[in-house]
Design a protein. Sequence first.
Length: 216
Amino acid sequence: MILIVSDETTEMFRPVGPKELARIHQLGDRAFPPRLPSQPVFYPVLNEFYARKITSDWNATSPDTGYRGYVTWFRVRAAYAARFEIQTVGASWAKELWVPAEELDEFNANIVGLIEVVAQYDGKCGGEVAVEHSRFTCPVCGYPDLCDEPRPAVGGGSYEICPSCGFQFGVSDEDRGFSFEAWRSSWIERGMPWSSGNIAPVGWDPAVQLTRLEAK
Ligand SMILES: [Zn+2]
């Protein structure tokens, strides 16, 4: 009898928020961070559709994550993964494993290669966004959460309206002739009001935000 040692792997996904993603990066993209005492089970997901659904419907709709969610992809030694019973949670595609928190170290040791982000959702910026996407800082008022690059290298403006100072890139400047400086001065003179009809983020502080510009 010949014993075959297999290097076969099973691909898995896991939806994470920005805090867990930061911890994963701290671990060299090779392991998932320990669970909290209130989280007795670690849930890797077995298909991308399910992982994307959790990320978009859950992570990206929560103020706790800043409305951001990431789909991570990784491979686990198949022989190890086979130890766990596949759990189907509701729909037939909703397949996941239930790994007890105390076995997470062993699970991590069976990850082959790196944990990669394959999709990113941003509930404030219209759903799925490019993986490289990060929010942009308003060059007028320092608001850090614009969805689009205000003045992309390809030219023109983003047409996004800064919810903080109300500047619309490509319109306030190109069509109406305001410079960033002029708009900023006028906004400061008016007492730095929140310009969007939506409610300002919790803890929004326009004076602190302006110092982001000076720091650059
Ligand atoms: Zn602004």
